[in-house]
Design a binder for this molecule. Structure first.
Ligand SMILES: Cc1cc2nc3c(=O)[nH]c(=O)nc-3n(C[C@H](O)[C@H](O)[C@H](O)COP(=O)(O)OP(=O)(O)OC[C@H]3O[C@@H](n4cnc5c(N)ncnc54)[C@H](O)[C@@H]3O)c2cc1C
Length: 472
C-alpha cells in the first residue's frame, strides 16, 4: 500500500473513534503543527493531527498506529524549546489539549489529579480558591500542560525547594506504545482512595515516564502533591565579589534547610541585560552592582520565613556577601514569572537555541565559563541564565542569531553541539533530553544501550515519538 493510501485508511479509522471534527489533514492545520515554540529548529509536517478526548480513545488510536506502523507524537501546549513535539518521521500529532479536566482535588490525600492537557495556569486557578498550591510554576505556565512538563521533567520558580516536577508526581495513567493502559503508584490498587504514594508495588514505574519525552507512552492523567499556599514571602538580593561566594551561599541555603523557593545567580553582561529589559518596569534602583548577584525569594509559614531570613543574613555575612537591598528584582521575578523569561527571549529580533542542563551547585562557575567560552569562540550573543533546582543549578543558556542569517544559524548549531560536549565533560547533565544530545549520550555506551533496550521492549514498532532522544 502506498504511504498516501495508508494514511488515508488510518485517518478513516481514527475518525470513527474521535469524530470527523477532531482529525485533520488540511495543509493549514498541518503547517500549524509543524512547529512549536522551538524557534531555532527545523519544522516537520505531520500527516495527521488528532485531538482525542479520553484515555480510551488514545488506546484505540495507538493500536491503529501499531497496525499501520505510523509514528505518533504526543503534544501538549507545544511550548517545548528543544524540538521535542515535532513529527520528525511524519505521522500523527496527538494534541492532548482537549483533555483539560481537573479530575480530583483531594484535601484528604493532599493530591490533585488532572487530565493530560490541563495547563499550570488552570490548575493554579482551581487551587487558589481553596488556599492550596502546586509549588512549581514554569514560566510558560499559561500554555504548558502538566503532562507535557512531566514528560520533559521540567522546573521553574518554586523548584529551588521542590525540585523538578518529577519530585512532585504521585502517579500517572499512561497509554503504552502498544495500546495497553496502566496506572502507576498507589492507584494501581483499584481500592485506593486516591493517589497518595508513588513508590508502591516495587520499582518506580512512574519514573520511567518522567522525562521520557513521549517516547515511552502517552501520559493521560497525572497526580501531583499539593500544599497550603505560602503565607509570607521575602525577596532579597545579595552581592558577592567572587563566583565561589555565590555558589557557597546556595550550598549553605540547602545545608541549612532554608525555605528558598527561587534563586538565580546573575553575573556581568547577563545582569546588565536583565536589568536593562526589566529595570524600569520593576522599579529597580540604579546601583553599583557587584560582579555576582544572587536574587532570591523565600516563602512559607510566617514564623519559618522570619527565622530563615535572619539565618540567611548571618550566613551571608559569614561568607563575605552583602544584602544589596534591592527586593524589586526578585519580587518581579517571582510575581511576574511568566514575563521575565519571555521578555529575555522574545523582545529582540533574534531567534535562539537553548541548551538546558543541570550543573552541580559548586560547579556553577565552570558551566558559566564553558558557556562564555563557546559564545566567544563563535562570536555569538547569549547569556548564562538559570535557576536553582533542588541540589543542582538548572542552566538555560541562550545562543542568539538573526532570524534570516543562515550562516549564523549554522554557527549556532555547531556552538550548541560543542557546548553540549563541553558541559558533559565538566560533570553537567541534560535537563530534558533532546535530539541534539544524542551524539553525546551515545558516548555513554552502556547507558544509551540500556535506554534503547527499554524502548524496544515498550515500543516494538518504534511508533512513539521516534528519534526524539534515541536513534532508530
Ligand atoms: C516562554 C517560555 C518559558 C518557558 N519556561 C520554562 C520553565 O520555566 N521551565 C520549564 O521546564 N520549561 C519551560 N519552558 C519550556 C516548556 O514550556 C516546557 O518544556 C513545557 O513543560 C512543555 O509542556 P507542553 O505542554 O508545551 O509540552 P510540548 O512542548 O507539547 O511537549 C514537550 C514534550 O513532551 C511530550 N509530551 C507532551 N505531552 C505528553 C503526554 N501527555 N504524554 C507523553 N508525552 C507528552 C512531547 O511529545 C514532547 O516530547 C518554557 C517555554 C517557553 C516558550
Amino acid at each position: 500500500m502506498s504511504r498516501k493510501d495508508k494514511i488515508k485508511e488510518v485517518a478513516e479509522k481514527i475518525r470513527n473513534i474521535v469524530g470527523d471534527e477532531y482529525v485533520s489533514d488540511s495543509l493549514d492545520v498541518l503547517l500549524a503543527y509543524s512547529v512549536t515554540a522551538s524557534i531555532g529548529f527545523d519544522s516537520y509536517l505531520p500527516d495527521l493531527v488528532v485531538r482525542p478526548s479520553s484515555t480510551e480513545e488514545i488506546a484505540e488510536i495507538v493500536k491503529i498506529a501499531n497496525e499501520y506502523k505510523v509514528p505518533i507524537v504526543p503534544r501538549g501546549g507545544g511550548t517545548g524549546l528543544q524540538a521535542e513535539a515535532l513529527a520528525r518521521r511524519g505521522g500523527i500529532i496527538l494534541d492532548l489539549t482537549r483533555m483539560d479536566k481537573i479530575l480530583d482535588i483531594s484535601e484528604e490525600n493532599l493530591s490533585v489529579t488532572v487530565e493530560a492537557g490541563v495547563t499550570f495556569g488552570k490548575l493554579d486557578k482551581a487551587l487558589i480558591e481553596r488556599g492550596l498550591w502546586f509549588p512549581i510554576y514554569p514560566e510558560s505556565s499559561l500554555s504548558a500542560t502538566i503532562a507535557g512538563n512531566v514528560a520533559v521533567n521540567g522546573a521553574g520558580p518554586g523548584s529551588a525547594l521542590y525540585g523538578c516536577i518529577g519530585e512532585q508526581v504521585l502517579g500517572l495513567k499512561v497509554v503504552l506504545p502498544t495500546g495497553e493502559v496502566i496506572t502507576t503508584g498507589s492507584m494501581a490498587n483499584p481500592n485506593s482512595p486516591g493517589h497518595y504514594l508513588r513508590y508502591a508495588f516495587g520499582p518506580d514505574i512512574t519514573g520511567l515516564f518522567i522525562g521520557s519525552l513521549g517516547a515511552f507512552g502517552v501520559i493521560t492523567e497525572v497526580a501531583l502533591k499539593i500544599y497550603k499556599r505560602p503565607e509570607e514571602f521575602r525577596h532579597v538580593t545579595y552581592g558577592f565579589e567572587k563566583a565561589k561566594g555565590a555558589m557557597e551561599f546556595l550550598r549553605q541555603l540547602l545545608l541549612n534547610n532554608i525555605s528558598v523557593l527561587h534563586a538565580c545567580i546573575y553575573e556581568g553582561d547577563m545582569l546588565t541585560f536583565f536589568i536593562e529589559i526589566l529595570g524600569e518596569e520593576y522599579g529597580i534602583p540604579q546601583i553599583e552592582w557587584p560582579p555576582y548577584v544572587v536574587s532570591l525569594t523565600i516563602g512559607g509559614r510566617k514564623d519559618v520565613v522570619e527565622h530563615d531570613y535572619e539565618l540567611m543574613e548571618s550566613i551571608v555575612t559569614h561568607i563575605g556577601g552583602r544584602n544589596l537591598n534591592v527586593p524589586q528584582f526578585p519580587r518581579g521575578e517571582w510575581m511576574d514569572r511568566m514575563h521575565v523569561y519571555a521578555k529575555a527571549s522574545y523582545i529582540h529580533p533574534f531567534y535562539w537555541r537553548i541548551l538546558y542542563h543541570h550543573a552541580p551547585i559548586m560547579r556553577w562557575d565552570k558551566a558559566a565559563e564553558a558557556i562564555r567560552e563557546v559564545l566567544e569562540k563563535y562570536g555569538l550573543l547569549g547569556h548564562t541564565s538559570g535557576l536553582m533546582s533542588g541540589r543542582s543549578y538548572n542552566f538555560y543558556p541562550h545562543l542568539y542569531f538573526y532570524v534570516d542569517d543562515k550562516e549564523a544559524f549554522e554557527k549556532v548549531k555547531q556552538a550548541h553541539t560543542e557546548l553540549a560536549s563541553k558541559l558533559l565533560k565538566i560533570g553537567c547533565v541534560p535537563f530534558k533530553l533532546a535530539p541534539y544530545w544524542i551524539g553525546e549520550i551515545k558516548k555513554l555506551r552502556k547507558y544509551y544501550d540500556f535506554l534503547r533496550k527499554i524502548k524496544r521492549v515498550l515500543d516494538p514498532n518504534n511508533i512513539m515519538n521516534p528519534g526524539v532522544f534515541l536513534e532508530d
